[in-house]
Ligand binder design. Structure first.
Ligand code: GTP
Length: 651
């Protein structure tokens, strides 16, 4: 029991001599001292100094703790290993006291293990509001003495310390002698200042005084061994300074960046982990270390509260079903709120850590929202494509030029997509896909419209050419082909003009246009050629028709009577010659205005009794010639009987 009557047995070894963090011990300790209920109202005090310099003795008297003290009768060797923690008895607010393993211990030095000293010193600085620096009075001013080694260790660590809050360094001078405190204080201040001045500092703090980062205080105590009563009185008076230490102006008055009591355990563990991971003592700056731990905590908290955010849940749900108007903006604003919440809480912490943790948080959030985002993008893409198709169709049916309708609709719907999805994330792939789909649709409509147009003109040409060409071939005279050519030219030109006019709405390149027009011209020729070939297939019948008509009728179309007057030979020749003419008209397609003597060749070769092969070979293709010859033979054979009958009638 301490003098306040409160139990002082609550203590635990926080970090053992091997550097292991006692997680369970700390958790139990926190429960026992009800730290969680303290919120921000608690103080952490630690003590460092040479080994066996009476640290535990001081703490036990100052805070009513029961840290292990060395027995006066035993040799001076290390009693405290690692870091011990206890609760100050009867002090408000809750004061956690840490007793550190002494620095400059022979044991560690023999093992060349001063790293551990620095690590626990750094840890103490990182988690404490107040650090007591215990030193023998007679050591002050002795350059190589243990005290200076301690200060060096401390300042090697401090060199990296630019904490977001001020820590109080309280120098406790033990075994004060008659020398006045003012003198000792000035000696110490000088030594401290010198070390501070020599520290390589970051550019921004080149001129910054020590007092900006540390509250440096001094106290001198009488020897506990030789002047116990006085020692106790002085300690009791020092104890007063720890009451209400968190109030403004108190020893722990600067509350910036203080860790919530409920997070003290995880924060301390995290700090020790960071320190241990830097065993080569390229220790991160204190502020960096604190920032890493705190910013991560804040970021994790913001992340989990985002996942439970009602607005986000609604968006996530809706995203599965379809597109969401203003999705990008809505999501951005929830995310923005989450990130600015982080910023607000992390503002006191080192900037580079703060922003890198913010980036990590942002990435984590983006990963979380990405599936919803992608699903909305997909829905929006599909819906935009459907709307585009509908609107484009309407525009075309409304008589708008194809190219104008395509350009306007594409522009409108791509902009609409951008508006709906506008967010700071990359929408380029979805946008690209939509654009590809739209382009493919436009291309297919384009092809369909052009084919429709071509078909319409082809039908028109077929109608305009088929009947008249058939009629002209029926006539089959020397003007037939010239008339057909004229007709073909006129109809082709009219189709070309019509189609060219229609094509101007399609924004077609010259080459494609030429190709299309050439196609329509070919089609027109094809119609005529097909008609001519069809008529040629019936040439024998028609020759016989013509022959019979002329054979049985005179020039006035009167039926002949086979009197002696009638010159059957001449009539036969006339009728045959007319049939030859018909044959020669249908024997070849003459769409190019080239002269030929098919008629002459056929007349000479077939009508004359002795045809000369040389003549016809110059003017006719052999296949045509062979065909004509065989047709003529058949024709003659089939008309022979008509002539014979006429001759016998005359006889
Ligand atoms: N001269 C002197 N001796 C003291 C004083 N206070 C304590 N001692 C003695 O110094 C020895 C070490 O005391 P501790 O309190 O165990 O010292 P410590 O600094 O905690 O020791 P470590 O934990 O091993 O570093 C004990 O024998 C104490 O009786 C003091 O004010 N003056």
């Amino acid at each position: 029991m301490d003098n306040s009557g409160e139990c002082c047995s609550c203590s635990t070894q926080l970090i053992d001599g091997g550097g292991t963090f006692n997680v369970d011990g700390l958790e139990n300790f926190i429960k026992e001292v009800k730290l969680r209920e303290c919120d921000l109202s608690y103080t952490v005090v630690s003590i460092m100094g040479p080994k066996s310099s009476g640290k535990s003795t001081l703490l036990n008297h100052l805070f009513g703790t029961d840290f292990r003290e060395m027995d006066l009768l035993r040799a001076r060797s290390r009693t405290t290993e690692g870091i011990w923690m206890a609760k100050g008895a009867g002090i408000e607010p809750c004061t956690l006291v840490m007793d550190l393993e002494g620095t400059d211990g022979e044991e560690r030095r023999r093992e060349d293990d001063t790293t551990f000293e620095k690590q626990i010193a750094l840890f103490a600085l990182a988690v404490s509001d107040i650090v007591l620096i215990n030193m023998w009075c007679h050591d002050i001013g002795r350059i190589q003495a243990a005290n200076m080694s301690l200060l060096k260790t401390l300042f090697q660590v401090i060199m990296r310390l630019f904490s977001p809050r001020k820590t109080t360094l309280l120098f406790v001078i033990r075994d004060k002698q008659r020398t006045s405190l003012e003198y000792l204080e000035s000696l110490l201040r000088e030594a401290v200042q010198e070390i501070w001045d020599r520290l390589p500092k970051p550019q921004a703090h080149k001129e910054t005084p020590l007092s900006d980062f540390f509250n440096v205080e001094f106290v001198a105590l009488s020897s506990y061994v030789y002047r116990e009563e006085q020692f106790k009185e002085e300690v009791a008076s020092l104890r007063q300074q720890f009451f209400h230490s968190t109030a403004p102006g108190g020893l722990a008055g600067d509350r910036r960046g203080v860790v919530l009591a409920s997070r003290f355990s995880s924060s301390a563990q995290q700090m020790w982990k960071v320190i241990k991971e830097n065993e080569d003592l390229h220790l991160p700056a204190h502020k960096v270390m604190v920032a890493i731990v705190r910013c991560e905590e804040i970021a994790n908290e913001k992340y989990s509260s985002f996942t439970e955010n009602e607005d986000w849940r609604l968006i996530e749900e809706a995203a599965r079903l379809g597109s969401i108007p203003g999705f990008g903006k809505k999501l951005s604003s929830i995310l923005e709120a989450c990130l600015s919440g982080y910023e607000l809480e992390a503002i006191y912490f080192e900037e580079s850590v703060r922003s890198s943790k913010r980036k990590q948080l942002e990435e984590k959030l983006l990963q979380l929202v990405q599936p919803a985002f992608l699903s909305v993008l997909e829905h929006t893409g599909c819906e935009t494509l459907d709307k585009f198709k509908e609107e484009f169709d309407k525009a075309l049916n409304g008589g708008e030029w194809f190219s104008v309708a395509a350009r306007d609709c594409i522009q409108f719907y791509m902009t609409l997509f951008d508006k709906v999805c506008s967010a700071k994330w990359d929408t380029s792939r979805a946008r690209e896909k939509l654009r590809c789909d739209i382009d493919a649709h436009v291309a297919s409509v384009h092809a369909a419209k052009l084919s429709e147009l071509t078909k319409a003109y082809e039908a028109k040409l077929k109608e305009a050419l088929s009947g008249p060409v058939e009629a002209l071939l029926d006539e089959a005279n020397s003007e037939t082909w010239s008339a057909i050519r004229k007709l073909l030219l006129r109809e082709t030109e009219s189709a070309v003009t019509g189609i060219s006019g229609a094509l101007s709405g399609f924004d077609l390149d010259e080459q494609s246009k030429e190709k299309m027009l050439a196609g329509i011209k070919d089609y027109a020729r094809g119609v005529v050629e097909a008609k001519a070939r069809k008529e040629a297939g019936r040439v024998l019948l028609r020759m016989k028709d013509r022959f019979t008509t002329l054979f049985y009728h005179d020039a006035d179309s009167m039926p002949r009577v086979w009197t002696r007057k009638e010159d059957i030979r001449a009539i036969t020749k006339l009728a045959r010659s007319a049939s030859i003419k018909l044959l020669s008209v249908l024997a070849a397609v003459r769409l190019d205005d080239e002269k030929d003597n098919i008629e002459k060749t056929l007349s000479l070769s077939l009508l004359d009794t002795k045809p000369t092969t040389t003549d016809r070979s110059i003017t006719m293709a052999s296949s045509t010639w062979e065909e004509c010859k065989s047709l003529w033979r058949q024709f003659k054979a089939e008309t022979e009987y008509t002539v014979t009958q006429a001759v016998s009638a005359q006889v």
